[in-house]
Ligand binder design. Structure first.
Ligand code: GDP
Length: 391
């Protein structure tokens, strides 16, 4: 996992914290790349030797502002430094690269596509992007940066997973505490998804467990992806029945049947909630090319029938012929969650809106630039052009 720029670094840092907290082992290795020294110093989990400061000769550790063209140039010039950090990673042990970046800024916005292009040339492992779109209140330049970076990055990665800050921002919060919460959401959603592909020691290996190859197959074919998520708290129980059966001593088989029907219903309703609720990138799910349903939770609360029904329902809703599904048993958890990866979505009004605002911003910027050149000319030159410059 490579975090490019401030948002990218912070999110990868959060993934590491999530891994430590839950034992998910999603991140085989983490690297942070930035042009701003202070941003790298603010990270907590990523090891010091895996933090790469680029562009020192150009920006002296102060960042590129929101200039993503400069971000791209600097990444190109110093790609060797990034490679140096990747050299310390046993790449043969990773399933894929994931480059995380905020697309509205400068360093990540410009650098992520450069790095993706480079990694694809050097390695055979898939290279995915996790791109963060700016909030619409961030202003024209951020929107323009994001629209240009999005377009470039989609073409360089094997799949671009998108998270839209705009859909997740909450009013009345400071930007920082707002981001902390948003980053938790990002890590929770993508964590369940990526965590599903990892087989941990001591984990029950159910028949229908999701394998990393299923995630890779769902993402293959490229394009843009979004993730839905829903969860419900459940009581912890053993595999042999609910709390109720122990208290009442009621007939095990009827109890089991009821349990199984409840489990199935819970799963199908969680699948609907995840797909129809807020997606990381809001879009129309009809027309999705491929999908993957992951049901996570204690194995006593997961059943094949529920997942099969959920999968069928997703097929109908998306019109896709390629909907995969499986379990992610987490036996010490007190919740059941469904995470749905919708890959190859094309009906995304938010992207069209972003592009429209970006074009307006671009036109305005050009207009203002021309105007201010003319204004400066007017100010500096005397009206009758009687004065001459020294040289
Ligand atoms: P860079 O360092 O030049 O790549 O730029 P930043 O990463 O600071 O900012 C780029 C964009 O990312 C901003 O416009 C925000 O939309 C977004 N952003 C910044 N920090 C965070 C964060 O912690 N979480 C999330 N979700 N988005 C962030």
């Amino acid at each position: 996992m490579i975090g490019f720029g401030q948002a990218g670094g912070k999110i990868v840092d959060k993934f590491l914290e999530y891994d430590r907290r839950t034992g998910s082992e999603i991140v085989r290795a983490a690297v942070a790349v930035n042009t701003a020294k202070a941003d790298l110093m603010g990270l907590e989990q990523i090891p010091q030797e895996q933090r790469v400061l680029i562009g020192q000769s150009r920006v002296k550790g102060h960042g590129v502002g929101a200039d993503n063209e400069l971000g791209a140039e600097v990444a190109e010039e110093d790609i060797g430094e990034v490679q140096g950090a990747i050299d310390g990673i046993p790449v043969h042990e990773v399933d894929a690269f994931l480059i995380v970046a905020g697309l509205g800024g400068g360093t990540g916005s410009g650098g992520a596509p450069v790095l993706a292009k480079y990694l694809k040339r050097i390695y055979t492992e898939p290279v995915y992007g996790l791109g963060i779109l700016p909030g619409s209140d961030e202003g024209g330049i951020y929107t323009l940066n994001a629209a240009r970076s999005f377009q470039t990055l989609v073409n360089e990665v094997d799949n671009l997973l998108v998270f839209d800050n705009d859909a997740w921002r909450q009013t009345g919060e400071s930007v920082q505490s707002g981001y902390d919460e948003i980053n938790e959401e990002i890590v929770k959603r993508f964590g369940i998804l990526f965590g599903a592909g990892e087989v941990r020691q001591g984990q029950e290996v159910a028949e229908s467990v999701v394998d990393s190859s299923e995630i890779i197959n769902t993402l293959s074919g490229g394009g843009v992806s979004t993730v839905g998520y829903a969860r419900e708290t459940v009581e912890r129980k053993g595999k042999s029945g609910g709390l109720l059966s122990k208290l009442t001593g009621s007939d095990e088989s009827i109890e089991d049947q009821l349990d199984s029907a409840n489990t199935t219903n819970r799963i199908t309703s969680l699948v609907r909630k995840a797909a129809l609720g807020r997606l990381t990138l809001p879009c129309e799910i009809d027309g999705t090319e491929r999908a993957l349903l992951v049901m996570a939770g204690p194995s006593a609360y997961l059943n094949r029938k529920g997942i099969e029904r959920g999968r069928k329902w997703l097929e109908e809703q998306t019109g896709s012929m390629e909907v995969r599904g499986g379990d992610y048993p987490i036996n010490n958890s007190d919740f059941v969650a469904s995470a749905i990866l919708l890959s190859g979505v094309t009906n995304v009004p938010r992207i069209k809106e972003l592009q429209q605002v970006a074009i307006e911003a671009q036109d305005n910027i050009n207009e203002i630039r021309e105007e201010s050149e003319a204004n400066l000319q007017n100010l500096v030159e005397d009206d009758e052009d009687e004065l001459e410059s020294l040289f």
